[in-house]
Design a protein around this ligand. Sequence first.
Ligand code: DX5
Ligand code: ZN
Length: 229
Amino acid sequence: MTSRSAPAIRLAPSILAADFANLGAEIAAVTRGGADQVHVDVMDGHFVPNITIGVAVVKSLRKVTRLPLDVHLMIEDPDRYIEPFIEAGANMVSVHVEVLPHLHRTISQIKTLGAMAGVVLNPSTPVSSIEEIAAEVDFVLVMSVNPGFGGQVFIPNSLKKVGAVRALLNRAGNSAPIEVDGGVDLDTVESVVRAGAEWLVAGNAIFGTPDAERAARAIKAKAEAALPQ
Ligand code: DX5
Ligand code: ZN
């Protein structure tokens, strides 16, 4: 069993819920509120019903923030777009196991291009689907809603799943963090952290409030207080 460094919270506000006409100001606000990375939801209208952000937006975001850009690809053919997103400034790239028959190759490609590689599990996708890749990933993203839209209700079974992913990573000798995405707010954040998540995506709970800076600070403080001592 390898030793694991102490868990550390990273707050990843999802700009999907932000004002797209004011992304620079929205990101500046959450940065003051303690955001650690910016979560960018890329959707293609095929893998998920919604269409959102592309490479050009990531390129523009790169110019307005020094925070790492955490790009979540909810698209049918991620292999085609990994390189352009990393060239545009993505620091983390996460891909859904549901669309990738050659997941090992995809993960290797992300790393070779210099970004952190994450795998994403939809709510109905079993933890066992990442068993053979568990030693290789830089992080695992557990979806706690069905991908496609912000502002959905947290699926309680996700907590058990986070625990199972943590156990799998530990067995593989990998201390990679677990990211949780969907329905994370002041009511759910403590249980998510206690379950073993360290990277927390929050969209509506931050940008859906009148004061994004304050909301980010409050969620991060609650998350940090919930970390195991
Ligand atoms: C959902 C996206 C999420 C979304 C989270 O498909 O992957 O990142 O923006 O939004 P909230 O925090 O509002 O559930
Ligand atoms: Zn996301």
